[in-house]
Every structure is written in C-alpha cells, then in structure tokens.
Design a protein around this ligand. Structure first.
Ligand code: 9Z3
Length: 310
C-alpha cells in the first residue's frame, strides 16, 4: 500500500470536510461552465500536534504572503481561485490592512445637523479605493473561494479534495502549491492523549516522514492539471539542483525555487526546458511592487501554452 494511503487511513478528516468538498466541487463546476481557468493556491504553514488534545505543536515561519499576493494576481488575470490557507494567515485583499489598526484609517465627522459619523481618512482613501476595486470585482463575480486549515492532516485532506475536483476540467486547472508543509509528523495513534508532563523530564520525540503528496497528486488526483510546486532552501548552492530533482521525480510542470531570506526579491522558475530568474530591483520594491506579479504573469503564459499543447 502506498505511504499516502496509510497516512489517510491513520488520520481523521477535518471538521466540515464533506461540506467543504461540496463547496469546492460546485465552485469548480460553475466557473468551468463559465469558461474560466481555475487555480488552487495553497498558502501558509501547517501545524503538527504533539498531543491529541493539543496544547503543544510544531509550526513554521510561513505567514502566507506568497500565497495571498499570488491569489490576488491570479484573480486580476481572470482566474477563479480556490485559496486553501492556514487559518489566520494572510488572505487576499485583507492582507493590505493586516498590520494596520483599522481605526486609524477612519476619522469622525459631524454633519450639518450635528450628527456624528465616520469617514475614511482622506490620506488613506487612495489605497483603500485601489484594494476595494479589486475586491469588489471578485465579490461580484464570486471568483474567490477561501477555505482554511490548521493542521498538516487538515491540509492534506483538503488538498486531495481540491485536486480531485479538478479532474473533470483537465489542463485548464492549475495547482500552485505555495504552502510550507511540514516534512515530519507524529501519527495520530502515537500521540499521547493528554498534555505532556514536564515532570517526566526532557522531551524526546520521534517523528515520521510526511508522505510526498506531490506523487499521488500528479499521478492520480489531478493528472492533467498544470502543477507548480515550490522548493524552499536556505543554502543557495543546492537550490536549483533540488528543484530539478523534484521535477524529475514527480514529472510535473514547474518548480519555483526560493531562498528563505531573499524570497521576496528573487526566485527561479525551473522547468524541464529552462530556468528563468525573476528579480525585483530596489526601486521596484520601494515603489511597493511585489514579485508575485511577475511570477504569475509568467505562469499564466506558460499555462496558456500548456492548454494549447494538450
Ligand atoms: C515556499 O517556498 C513559499 O515561497 C514560502 C513563502 C513558504 C517560502 P511566506 O508564506 O513564504 O510568504 O512567508 N513554499 C513551499 C515550501 C516547501 O515547504 N516546499 C517543500 C520543499 O521545499 C516542497 S513542497 O521541500
């Protein structure tokens, strides 16, 4: 039996799994009938519990910038987006205000008849208008389906459901796997039920390898889709080699290679045929431009060629 089958057998589906599966299937069916391309964007880190009634867990650095900015850019390019994200990580549109106190965007006004109201502070209007224009277009066309996960197993169940929902639409679907997924976990049946006691002394844990879900995803769940995975490293000297190995191993279309510290400034788009370095100049970054705009423009072109070729 494949290691991923064993994984699913040994873990439970997330809350509201069937409901979310149906929402995904309906979303895919509606937008493909309307002739839209669809993309699944995964975003944020995964939580790996150390106890069954979880007090402690292992997590990672990802805050969901890559995924949320990319989702906005796919929407701007006319895609319908399933945004599978870590609960409380950044989301498209609201991310622009995630680090601001919303009350600072507003000021009190007094009308001629003495009533007090609230208005957007004139200094903030232009940014709010820009974000609202994108958001309203998406709300009117209902092109964004946001679904959250918390743990590694929630993520993997929902990933499989979304990938399988793409089967009927073949190459017009894209999978853009930007979530930072834990490579290690403790199987459900090995978790202690209660909070681990510090009185028992130093903690030693053994974690299992998370099965590489890219394998069944490409071979079985969504074999005709255009699949983009990410490779994250901290050592530049091994990055491209590892990206190429992943392409060889899984036979999908694109790996985007990035280094932790420079991920907002440069990435390399690696395919079997070529390697393209995408860079942001200091002036572009200072002007508030984001690297995802260039990445998504490039991928949309590649996806177009892929659809024509299949
Ligand atoms: C990425 O490499 C993403 O670009 C980041 C984005 C997680 C670095 P932020 O959310 O960060 O904007 O803060 N995602 C994939 C990372 C990963 O776990 N890849 C696995 C690997 O490198 C394979 S799928 O082995």
């Amino acid at each position: 039996m494949a290691d991923w089958t064993t994984y699913f057998e040994g873990s439970n589906p997330p809350e509201k799994y069937d409901e979310n599966k149906t929402r995904i299937q309906e979303f895919v069916s509606r937008h493909s009938k309307d002739g839209r391309r669809l993309v699944l964007v995964t975003s944020g880190g995964t939580r790996v519990p150390l106890e069954s009634r979880t007090v402690r867990f292992i997590d990672n650095f990802s805050v969901g910038t890559r995924g949320s900015v990319s989702a906005e850019n796919f929407l701007a390019q006319g895609y319908a987006v399933i945004f599978l994200h870590r609960l409380n990580s950044l989301e498209p549109f609201t991310r622009h205000f995630s680090r601001v106190n919303f009350l600072d965007l507003l000021s009190l006004t007094t009308t001629a008849d003495g009533r007090t109201g609230v208005q957007v502070d004139p200094k903030e209007t232009s940014q709010l208008v820009r974000v609202m224009q994108g958001y309203q277009r998406v709300r009117d066309t209902d092109t964004l389906l946001s679904i959250s996960f918390l743990s590694l197993s929630d993520y993997l169940y929902l990933l499989r459901a979304a990938a399988e929902a793409f089967t009927p639409i073949g190459p017009t679907a894209m999978l853009y796997l930007a979530a930072a997924v834990s490579d290690f976990y403790i199987p459900h049946k090995e978790l202690p039920e209660h909070k681990i006691q510090s009185a028992d002394g130093p903690l030693q844990i053994t974690m299992q390898m998370t099965p590489k879900m890219l394998s069944p995803l490409v071979k079985e769940w969504a074999p005709q889709a255009f699949t983009v995975s990410f490779k994250l490293e901290t050592d530049t000297s091994i990055l491209i080699k590892k990206a190429k190995q992943a392409l060889q191993k899984y036979s999908h279309q694109v790996v985007i290679a990035n280094i932790l510290e420079t991920r907002k400034k440069t990435v390399t788009i690696v395919t079997r045929e070529d390697e393209e370095v995408v860079m942001m100049s200091d002036s572009e970054l200072e002007a508030g431009m984001e690297i995802e705009e260039k990445i998504i423009a490039d991928l949309v072109r590649r996806h177009e060629t892929f659809c024509q070729g299949t």
